[in-house]
Design a binder for this molecule. Sequence first.
Ligand SMILES: *Cc1c(COP(=O)(O)O)cnc(C)c1O
Length: 487
Amino acid sequence: MTHDAGPSAGSVLAELRALQAGDLPTHGGRTLAYVYDSGLAEADSLGREALAMFASSNGLDPTAFPSLQRMENDLVALAGSWLDAPPGFAGVVSSGGTESILLAVLAAREEAPDVADPSMVLPSSAHAAFLKAAAYLGVRAVVVDVDPHTLRADPAAVADAVDDSTVLVVASAPSYAHGVLDPVAEVATVAAARGIRCHVDACIGGWVLPHLDDVPPWTFAVPGVTSISVDLHKYAYTPKGVSLLLHRDAALRRGHLFASADWPGYTMLNSTLQSTKSGGPLAAAWAVTRHIGAEGYARLAHAARAATLELADAAGATDGLRVVAAPDSTLLALATDGSCDVFTIADEMLARGWFVQPQMAFGALPPTLHLTLSAATAPSVPEFVSALREAVAAARTAGPVAVDPGLGGMLAGLDPTALDDAAFAGLLAAAGLAGGDGGIALPARMAPVNALLDACPPRLREALLVGVLDRLSRPTGTAAGPAPSET
Ligand SMILES: *Cc1c(COP(=O)(O)O)cnc(C)c1O
């Protein structure tokens, strides 16, 4: 007897494929943010198989699923060997970089109970996940400028910002926005001198930098570094949902281990924010890292690094473009000379089948394009470069995208703390973004929208984007969302 009254599995899969057709491609090396492609088909299929095998296993209880604890311990050990972890180190597998960072901040806060108003010192290039941690965990973010030329953390500025309330100091290896490595040794020295923890955010670089030559020290080999985050769902080329947080000493982890016996159910015992935790991403990471191995990762790292340098050279030699900072790893930020704008270039690249990620102006820095180079992009760098040259030429012909003066005026008068539904609806209509039933219709070309957002002060941009998210994420078929037949 069959109980499944819905469409057949085959037709549901066809629906999924149709939905996915509207997404950016995850493989092929033409999406230079969000996704990572090793170009190794066998590693990919192994990852998918392991993901499926353990998708229903639950990391909630290591005694019920000992396989998951074993795989977690194996991954932590592997990372420890690459990151020069000393005897006595410990770590956890989390769901992503943001969770690893939240846990590092939480542990620092919990282990400083005498500090009434805890704070952390962040170079302005630190990932926004730390600002999220500040907002969620009540740890004040003290943000200090980076060096205006190198865009690296300024250890003297960090030292000046540290005070009795500081529970954590942060350095990036490398920074997401500009791809440069902070002077980890100097920053960690500042922290160690005051007995403060120092977290190295190697979420994006942690699986690449160990394989590159001439990288300044940034691992646990640096005295004073107390924790490091590394995302496996980035350059370990494993399916999404896995990151590692390593602590120099197991005792430093205590602040994010949680147990509760104060309820009638099982005694809650967690090492991360998640409680029920799929074994899928962990098993996939375990399988893929074993299969690719140290030599494989070294080859992939060198391929992505060579591609980054080749692309940086070509971009720097393109009229209208400049490389914002010499790349220390496999990330690149590009700016224009003012003859055109990065938002139009991004649209022109998308029209040519390449995704590059716009980054808005920040402080004295102009808007930029962010490029994360996967190993799979390496063979097509020449193709990317010719598309980029065409895209820049087209953007120069069009000239910098202008913000509609009427809209600009409307925005200038807005108070981000008082952006109600009516004001937001009026804005959407004026910007030509109003969809049916109060929803949002995103245009094919995003440059005018991005230029408008770029012109907004940060608080207003945040309020506008929260408004957008609020309207995009509504139940299908209700006022603000598209009906299934429209998708
Ligand atoms: C990606 C990234 C993060 C956040 O990781 P998620 O997996 O997106 O949560 C934090 N720091 C750096 C440097 C990153 O590149």
